[in-house]
Design a protein around this ligand. Structure first.
Ligand code: SF4
Ligand code: SF4
Length: 453
């Protein structure tokens, strides 16, 4: 009998149990709580054991949410979004870029733009494979997308013709260097286009330099100043920001920058990717004991609901809120998504990849021949064997973010097992999520009861 229970204390001190088999979170009543955490944990487990509660046998097996035939049927007509790698070129040379050469799974930047023909055929292929969805989303990704501004404009016009009867949204990810008046004017006129700009405030120039080695922040801020002044509706509604941090300790200064110089919060704050980064990346992100500062900010977030901190904590809170909760019927669901169920990722040369973050050596088909069903069958069964073997007894499985990018080697072959350091940090992250989530819920109910008194 495996113990898939995780006893934990919220940031405000209450005890809970996460049941890793069903995904439920249980509140521990006061009488069970002893003086120290380790005794409390034992008391909780003993109590469950005595009452024959929640000490489940490990799942006999995990399964994909969709059987293979059902999966193939789904991707024939239900792919919700298209992600186009418009170019492998960039006008910046960011040291933590996945294409910087510092990540084992990704080729360095190249010199290839997606051709007009490939763009149109990608949209055709996507339209065909999105036909049972009510909405469609097309995202432009790079390299730097605005190096291909004319092609993006043509793609938008063409896609609107291909999707005459459904809601269609375009998303552009950019470094913000080429947001000229001409570009801003076009963005202003096209209200179905949402732009996300990377802006790291005081830490920006340290990492995001031009090819000639100059910092890029001043150029971007000048562009933003013009947009804010000339196109307030565009600025307010359709210009979004993402901030990348290398350390938790950067968050306070970053918040000051956004409040003072941008007057708008980022939509999302992410850590620079550590997985498959070389020593340079590992040194860049190394931080001695970030947990204390993270807990302090998490508590502040729970109490105040600060919108800046929501960009950092909000996504993980949504993930806990929307976690899978099920009966323990002996069969668990694999958490990773399957290729194409969330997006169709097309490389600049027209070949299909898993997604923009996963090993770019795995090719799942192309525009000429469509999906490669042999490769899909192969990765479906190999990934299944790996996840089923490694994850079925793990308490964190309903919260873990493991996906294909974490389980492939540099040649695109599946690893024999999921790397231990990944699991250690994933479980640590899951625990932080649970602590913050329970604190947030408790604070919200306390604040609500004060309001209604
Ligand atoms: S702007 Fe984006 S694509 Fe270009 S180097 Fe920086 S992170 Fe990479
Ligand atoms: S932490 Fe490791 S073993 Fe647990 S679910 Fe995630 S990948 Fe699987």
């Amino acid at each position: 009998m495996d113990n898939c229970l995780k006893v934990f204390q919220s940031l405000s001190g209450e005890y809970y149990v996460f049941d890793g088999m069903t995904g439920r979170i249980l509140t521990v009543k006061e009488p069970l709580i002893k003086e120290t955490f380790s005794q409390t944990e034992k008391a909780v487990i003993d109590c469950f054991e005595k009452q024959k509660l929640l000490l489940h046998p490990r799942f006999e097996r995990l399964v994909w949410e969709k059987g293979f035939d059902e999966y193939l049927e789904f991707i024939e007509s239900n792919i919700p979004s298209l992600l186009l790698q418009m170019t492998t070129r960039c006008n910046l040379n960011c040291d933590y870029c996945v294409y910087s050469g510092n990540y084992a799974h990704m080729e360095s930047h190249g010199n290839l733009d997606m051709s007009h023909e490939i763009i149109l055929r990608s949209i055709d292929f996507f339209a065909e494979h999105n036909k049972d969805c009510d909405e469609a989303e097309i995202s432009f990704y790079g390299g730097e997308t605005f190096l291909c501004f004319r092609e993006m404009q043509e793609a938008v016009v063409y896609a609107r013709e291909k999707f005459p009867n459904k809601k269609l949204i375009f998303r552009i990810t950019t470094n913000g260097m080429l947001l000229s008046r001409n570009v801003a004017n076009w963005l202003n006129q096209n209200q179905d286009v949402i732009t996300t700009i990377t802006l790291n405030g005081p830490f920006h120039d340290q990492h995001r330099k031009t090819v000639s080695g100059k910092g890029s922040l001043a150029y971007i801020m000048a562009n933003l100043k013009n947009i804010k002044r000339d196109y307030p509706a565009l600025w307010n509604d359709r210009i979004h920001f993402i901030a990348n941090i290398t350390k938790v300790s950067e968050l306070n200064e970053l918040r000051d920058f956004y409040r003072r110089d941008v007057e708008k919060n980022p939509s999302i704050i992410t850590h620079v990717r550590s997985q498959d980064g070389n020593d340079f990346i590992q040194d860049m992100i190394f931080e001695l004991n970030p947990g204390q500062e993270k807990e302090r900010l998490a508590l502040e977030y729970c109490e105040s609901g600060d919108a800046f901190l929501n960009a950092y904590f909000g996504n993980s809170m949504n993930a806990v809120e929307n976690r899978l909760i099920k009966e323990n019927d002996g069969v668990g669901i694999i958490g990773s998504c399957l290729p194409f169920t969330e997006k169709l990722y097309v490389h600049a040369d027209g070949r299909f990849g898993i997604c923009e973050t996963a090993c770019d050596k795995v090719i799942l088909g192309d525009l000429q021949n469509g999906f490669d069903y042999n490769v899909l069958a192969d990765i479906y069964s190999k990934a299944y064997a790996l996840f089923n073997n490694c994850c079925r007894g793990c308490w964190a499985k309903n919260l873990c973010t493991v996906c294909f990018k974490d389980v492939l080697d540099t040649d695109g072959e599946f690893l024999a097992e999921i790397p231990k350091p990944f699991c250690v940090s994933s479980r640590k992250y899951a625990l932080e999520q649970l602590k913050t989530y329970c604190t947030l819920k408790k604070t919200a109910s306390r604040q609500n009861s004060v309001r209604t008194e």
